[in-house]
Design a protein around this ligand. Structure first.
Ligand SMILES: Nc1ncnc2c1ncn2[C@@H]1O[C@H](COP(=O)(O)OP(=O)(O)O)[C@@H](O)[C@H]1O
Ligand SMILES: [Mg+2]
Length: 258
């Protein structure tokens, strides 16, 4: 990790009419750092993730990103084309439902290779070779390269979505409950895979999860949300082993009882 943040979130709030999505959230993320956003359903995790990844316009606040040239840019003052380029190259977004992040009726190879074209790769043979390499990295047999993800299991779809996101060498990946819809045994395998990829590639990750075991396994730091606000933040082991806020204590103990 370097001492310059990659990402700075300043006072983000999002209101849906009179309803609070999230309120006054600020944090910084460093290169290679994995931050988990935890909290019960409805606490504002997805709203926050969507606001900081420009998928949703916040009501207030700003988000700055350190571009590859080293300069910080305010995401909401950037042109739409530049923002889209960033999302397709330097960033990844892994959806809970793989169908939201994949094209279900084009081949696995095309799903993986598509983003390479966004960074200017035109050579079919190279795109296919890199796609095939990435299918292997996410443990999808290369004999499935021409199959459509609608023929894949849930776990395979999620692994394909991860390959599609990582193929362009992003620096920052957002994940919203990436193991949410999967069987427990499939979840464990996926988490292992995500953990080793994140380590190997030195990715910065913001991961939303309601599952504290996922936060424990993957993250360095955690933010606990309640009713749209961040109520506790700290190193993951500290928050889980020695929660300070009564609400966090409740979250941790209710998990330990199951
Ligand atoms: N599109 C929307 N319109 C109105 N209210 C919304 C919308 N999306 C989320 N909310 C509300 O914002 C709050 C936070 O929701 P959300 O960010 O989805 O939480 P989480 O991801 O933690 O379950 C909830 O009260 C939810 O009902
Ligand atoms: Mg959510």
């Amino acid at each position: 990790m370097t001492d310059t943040p990659l990402f700075k979130v300043n006072g983000i709030s999002k209101f849906y009419g009179t309803r609070t999505g999230c309120r006054d959230v600020s944090f910084e993320l460093y290169p290679g750092e994995v931050l988990a956003i935890v909290g019960e359903s409805g606490s504002g995790k997805t709203t926050l993730l969507n606001c900081i990844s420009t998928r949703l316009t916040p009501t207030a606040g700003s988000v700055e990103y350190r571009m590859r040239d080293g300069a910080f840019r305010d995401l909401y003052r950037m042109g739409e084309a530049e923002r889209r380029m960033l999302m397709r190259t330097d960033w990844g977004f892994v959806h809970q439902n793989p169908a939201d992040g994949l094209r279900m009726t084009v081949s696995a190879g095309a799903n993986a290779g598509e983003r390479l074209m966004a960074v200017g790769e035109r050579h079919y043979g190279r795109i296919r070779a890199t796609a095939s390499d990435w299918l292997e990295r996410v443990e999808i047999g290369t004999d499935r390269i021409d199959d459509q993800p609608r023929t894949f299991s849930g776990g395979m779809r999620q692994r394909l979505q991860i390959a599609r996101n990582l193929i362009t060498g992003p620096r920052l990946v957002f994940m919203d409950e990436p193991t949410g819809g999967l069987d427990v045994s499939v979840q464990a395998r996926l988490l292992d895979l995500v953990r080793s990829l994140v380590n190997d590639l030195g990715l910065a990750v913001v991961i939303v999860t309601h599952d504290l075991a996922v936060a424990r396994l993957l993250s360095h730091r955690m933010m606990v949300m309640k009713e749209g606000r961040v109520i506790e933040t700290g190193l993951t082991d500290r928050v889980l082993d020695d929660p300070r806020e009564p609400y966090t204590q409740l979250l941790v103990s209710s998990i330990l009882q199951v």
